[in-house]
Design a binder for this molecule. Structure first.
Ligand code: SF4
Ligand code: SF4
Length: 378
């Protein structure tokens, strides 16, 4: 039997309506008791990429977090909420985006991840283990709460990409540097990490979603009005991509999973709740690259010469150097207030970490002609 994906139209974050939608989702997936046993310690893993207001759609909406806490509270013994933002502390980001208020009001504990234990991966594609927080490993259950967003590097960020936040702080940069010279390697690392400590359930916040140049401040929030739930993150990402009018295998993690784990077979799922056509909303995707190992040389050429490159807007730059410290290949240097950031494009591997991390939206991406032609003729 293929995994079940529950899809539901939900226009806004009105708490009673949203709670009812999530309760219905649990029922459609076989009942909440299938996922949480009385007294379980449950870790909720939202997307908290940055200290950004909910209306930017950069993070999982705080009222979405509230609704999930309210639904699981009668069963869970303890609820923890954790993530690792791109920069700064998780607690600081939660204070800005409203998650701290929700946790305080609903009795959930915010935890700051520390990489203090090893999580092993069976049948890994790339990495056999990851250093993550021991409280993640000890939690009885993990519930993944991703945001539906476009992603300049992986095409879209949903369930599988969201587990990258299990890696804390500067360790993320290390994994970027190791795997990001090749998007397929980076996607393999994400697939390994997702399977290192599998969430028992994924609940996707696609109500206020993001399109365009996501996943950070350069993306465009839009109302998609979608809630999706599944025990299988790959199935959910596939179904939600179809609901967004996106070829699911343009998402690198899905492509890698299909080819390297699923023996080349399409990712199957059974829909409950609304059908895809009832929640369909075609989104604007980021400029992407073609895939296929047979054309590796061409792909490398396109990566180096035909992919969008980061461009730095000196007027908006405050000189915080967050981009400099997060660039995995040291391609960036802060010159001075007048000149701002200087980028060595020969070193730049187009990972877009800087674009993702800049709190001032001072980094744009420009599309070279080759990239536009690829989109036009692919
Ligand atoms: S470009 Fe953005 S992240 Fe980099 S120094 Fe300027 S404001 Fe900070
Ligand atoms: S300059 Fe930006 S896009 Fe280029 S490698 Fe560094 S962080 Fe990635």
């Amino acid at each position: 039997m293929p995994p079940v994906v529950y899809l539901k139209k939900c226009e806004n974050y009105e708490i009673l309506k949203l709670t009812a939608v999530i309760e219905e989702g649990f029922r459609e997936l076989g009942g909440i008791e299938k996922f949480i046993v009385k007294g379980d310690t449950v870790l909720l893993k939202p997307n908290c990429l940055a200290a950004a207001a909910p209306e930017t759609a950069i993070t999982t909406h705080p009222e979405f977090l509230r609704a999930v806490i309210r639904v699981i509270k009668p069963l869970a013994g303890k609820i923890m909420v954790g993530d690792s933002p791109g920069y700064g502390s998780f607690i600081g980001a939660c204070a800005k985006n409203g998650m701290k208020k929700v946790c305080d009001e609903e009795g959930a504990e915010i935890i700051e991840f520390k990489p203090d234990t090893r999580a092993d991966v069976e049948n890994q594609l790339l990495y056999g283990n990851f250093m993550i927080d021991s409280r993640v490993m000890k939690a009885d259950k993990i519930i993944n709460l991703p945001k539906l967003k476009t992603h300049m590097l992986m095409y879209m960020s949903m369930c599988v990409k969201n587990t990258f936040g299990l890696i804390s702080g500067i360790k993320k940069v290390e994994y970027h540097a190791k795997a990001e010279k090749d998007k397929f390697l980076f996607a393999k690392m994400l697939v390994d990490l997702h399977r290192a400590k599998l969430p028992v359930l994924n609940i996707l916040d696609g109500i206020l979603a993001m399109e365009g140049n996501g996943p950070g401040a350069d993306g465009t929030p839009f109302n998609m009005g979608l809630v999706a739930m599944s025990a299988d993150g790959f199935a959910l990402d596939t179904a939600a991509a179809k609901a967004a009018g996106v070829d699911p295998y343009k998402i690198y993690t899905n492509y890698v999973y299909k080819e390297s784990v699923n023996n080349g077979k399409d990712i199957e799922f059974e829909i409950k709740g609304n059908q895809i056509n009832e929640v369909f909303h075609k989104i604007k995707t980021p400029p992407g690259e073609p895939k296929g190992s047979a054309f590796r040389g061409l792909i490398n050429f396109i990566r180096d010469h035909g992919t969008p490159k980061p461009v730095f807007r000196v007027k908006l730059c405050t000189g915080c150097k967050i981009c400099v410290t997060h660039c995995p290949v040291n391609a960036l240097k802060y010159v001075n207030k007048e000149k701002g950031i200087k980028c060595d494009y020969n070193k730049c591997i187009r990972c877009y970490c800087c674009h993702e991390m800049c709190p001032e939206n001072a980094i744009k991406t420009t599309r070279p002609l080759i990239s536009i032609l690829i989109d036009k003729f692919s």
